[in-house]
Ligand binder design. Structure first.
Ligand SMILES: C[S@@+](CC[C@H](N)C(=O)[O-])C[C@H]1O[C@@H](n2cnc3c(N)ncnc32)[C@H](O)[C@@H]1O
Length: 264
């Protein structure tokens, strides 16, 4: 169990401001990411790692895809997954500008994204001031074999690595070659015991980036934290954490995962 002083739950009416050294170790903010990020002072974070909505809701709906029906109870009413492209792009640009502002000069950012949206994400991040480093792939070893007799089974998601100052920042490779490719299974059931989230990322995947791209004691920010996987990675790796989530049921999952001090 974490101590009460180590974890705090805020919402948009809480008068909270996070500075580098005064922050509680783990902060969970219930509200919109743009509102939550305003609470973080300039140049305080070592890493922004996040998995924003890919805004594929309307695309899926037009195709009447099974995956749309599967997701509709979760995302169409929840935040940035069902917007016109222009609106999503404007919101992403506002979020990227704030990510740039809260990062220290040597800070880094990892954003997960659908492969279809990579070009617009990179352009938006570059206009916010980020230095683009690379695109990498998460290969899922056990994807759901949807439409396996009609097409290639979707088993990949992209992540994009940026740094604020460019061309380099913290990179804890410990002398080893690290490929731009991560292979691992979908999130195991053992990581979902505090409640379901439809796109929960595996802890191993998120921990990999937290370990390589930040140092112990750094503040790590996840503006779309979902079930709080990035927070649990910070707990295990001794980083501080500020996570934001719009949907209260996911805020509760994240808070309870952290509160239990769960190390899985
Ligand atoms: C792809 S999921 C993140 C999953 C997370 N990586 C995990 O492991 O659980 C994106 C999350 O962003 C949340 N979200 C959508 N719009 C938001 C907004 N404007 N502000 C904060 N969170 C938002 C959704 O409710 C969803 O939980």
């Amino acid at each position: 169990m974490l101590l009460d002083k180590d974890i705090t739950l805020f919402n948009s009416s809480s008068p909270v401001q996070i500075a580098e050294q005064s922050a509680p170790k783990y902060t969970v903010f219930h509200g919109d990411c743009l509102e939550g990020m305003k609470r973080i002072e300039d140049a305080t974070a070592g890493l922004v790692i996040t998995d924003p909505p890919y805004n594929l809701g309307r695309f899926m709906q037009k195709r009447n895809a099974g995956v749309f029906r599967m997701r509709k109870n979760h995302f169409v009413s929840s935040g940035w997954d069902d917007l016109e492209y222009e609106e999503w792009d404007a919101k992403m640009r506002a979020f990227l500008a704030d990510s740039y502002r809260v990062l220290r000069p040597d800070g880094a950012m990892i954003i997960f994204m659908s492969l279809m949206k990579l070009e617009s994400l990179i352009a938006a991040a570059q206009s916010a001031g980020f230095y683009y480093k690379t695109v990498g792939i998460w290969h899922k070893t056990n994807p759901i074999p949807r439409n396996m007799n009609r097409t290639f089974v979707n088993s990949t998601e992209a992540w994009v690595y940026f740094v604020k100052g460019g061309p380099s920042g913290v990179f804890n490779n410990e002398g080893k070659v690290i490929h731009d490719f991560f292979e691992g299974s979908l999130t195991p059931g053992s990581e979902k015991k505090f409640g379901p989230h439809p796109t929960q990322k595996p802890l191993k995947l998120i921990s990999h980036f937290v370990k390589v791209l930040s140092n112990p004691g750094d503040l790590v920010v996840d503006p779309f934290m979902g079930s709080g996987t990035s927070g649990v990675a910070c707990l295990n790796l001794d980083r501080r954490f500020f996570g934001i989530e719009l949907d209260k049921s996911y805020v509760d999952v994240a808070f309870n995962r952290l509160k239990a001090g769960i190390r899985l």
